[in-house]
Write a protein that binds this ligand. Structure first.
Ligand code: HEM
Length: 367
């Protein structure tokens, strides 16, 4: 009797879940303005499709967004446990990234999944910690700073390094990995703009330290990203505790990244001691100055009360800005060249315009 009773209760709960999920599933043909929920399993939500498309997550999402008349989709975890809305609708993206940006929190799950890599940096922060950093960072994106960027940083990294690098490759007739070259170009740029550090991983192509650093970033980003997509399970907690599997790989990668971030901070401190901080302060200098402001009521500094916490936070700042500028710019430029290679006529028009713009600048190019 007891077992039969339990079975009825379970059946009832099962029916409720199915009805709930079915009600959430909106056919695009019946209401094109609403989010489209592509064929979820009534119990498992989109989990089966998610696992099937794990290796092509963004392509899968792009396919689903393409199918949705409102360019917006909803995806569900098993038993409705998790829920995500994704949009490619320009008005929605505008609302998310511009008009109502402060309204969208990253949430505890994202923050926990990314914490080892990003810590308290801008791209992992919410609330006041986010708004204080955002305000500090915004000074570096003024039109004056951006002009300085074009004049100084691009002249060095584009004119004196990247273009000669391509010239040499063209002259030798050897194939080069353009995506890797663009990655190094973007990394050197962001380190120069954000931290005032003038390194050249592009010129030091074979240096194993650079290869190790890029590999560490790739590993850490991939593992952290996959963690944001899946719920936190006891298995993950256990692997973390035992320092095995992906938890171990993440920890090792973050160790390499930490060493690099600390070397950037130390280089900056040394250059500040030598009074070489003329001109507009870079992003890292602004954050370092904010950390000194505790007595003057600096709210950000007060959030990191000990010298260790301040240093740890500066490490998070460095990592966040490397992440902001490295893979984003690399992907954009790689796809740009891919599209040009696939459309040679457009490539000719781009190179003509490039020549017109470049002729008014200081970088030494004849293109
Ligand atoms: C093609 C290149 C880039 C793309 C596609 C891109 C894309 C994005 C996206 C989608 C966001 C919103 C992220 C979020 O909500 O968490 C964002 C925010 C941001 N990006 Fe970029 N980005 C690019 C280059 C850069 C560069 C070079 C920097 C320089 C440091 C930068 C700095 C920022 C900052 C400061 C934010 C605001 C983050 C926040 O307030 O939470 N981005 N970017």
């Amino acid at each position: 009797m007891e077992i039969a009773h339990l079975a009825y209760v379970l059946l009832f709960l099962f029916a409720v879940v199915i009805l709930y999920v079915q009600r959430r599933r909106v056919s695009p043909s019946t209401n094109p303005r609403m989010a489209y929920c592509p064929h979820p399993n009534p119990v498992l939500g989109n989990t089966v499709e998610f696992i099937r498309n794990r290796g092509r997550f963004f392509d899968w999402y792009t396919d689903m967004l393409r199918m949705s008349p409102s360019s917006t989709i909803e995806a569900w975890g098993a038993l409705g446990a998790s829920h995500a809305v994704t949009t490619a609708d320009p008005a929605g993206v505008d609302n998310l990234l511009r008009t109502n940006f402060a309204n969208y929190n990253r949430g505890a799950h994202f923050r926990a999944a990314q914490y080892e890599l990003i810590g308290d940096g801008l791209f992992g922060a919410d609330g006041r910690l986010w708004s204080l950093q955002r305000k500090l960072a915004s000074y570096a994106f003024s039109s004056r700073s951006l002009r300085g960027f074009t004049d100084d940083v691009l002249v060095i990294h584009l004119g004196r390094r990247f273009l000669p690098f391509l010239d040499a490759a063209a002259g030798s007739g050897e194939a080069v990995d353009l995506q890797e070259a663009l990655r190094r170009f973007a990394f050197d740029n962001i380190c120069h703009v954000a931290f005032g550090v003038e390194s050249s991983t592009l010129l030091e192509w074979d240096d194993p330290r650079h290869q190790a650093l890029f590999a560490a970033f790739d590993t850490a980003v991939e593992i952290s990203f996959m963690r944001t997509l899946a719920p936190s399970t006891p298995v993950r907690k256990l692997t973390k505790l035992l320092n095995i599997g992906k938890s171990r790989r993440l920890r090792e990668a973050v160790g390499v990244i930490d060493d690099h971030a600390m070397s950037v901070i130390e280089a900056k401190e040394a250059s500040q001691r030598n009074n070489r901080g003329e001109g507009d302060p870079d992003l890292l200098s602004r954050f370092m100055a904010a950390m000194e402001e505790e007595d003057g009521g600096g709210e950000l500094a007060a959030m990191f009360p000990t010298p260790e916490a301040k240093r740890r936070f500066l490490r998070d700042v460095v990592v966040s800005f490397v992440l902001a500028g490295k893979d984003t710019t690399t992907s954009a430029l790689t796809w740009f060249f891919w599209l040009i290679a696939a459309n040679p006529r457009r490539g000719t028009r781009c190179s003509t315009r490039g020549h017109v713009r470049a002729s008014g600048r200081r970088w030494p190019t004849g293109r």
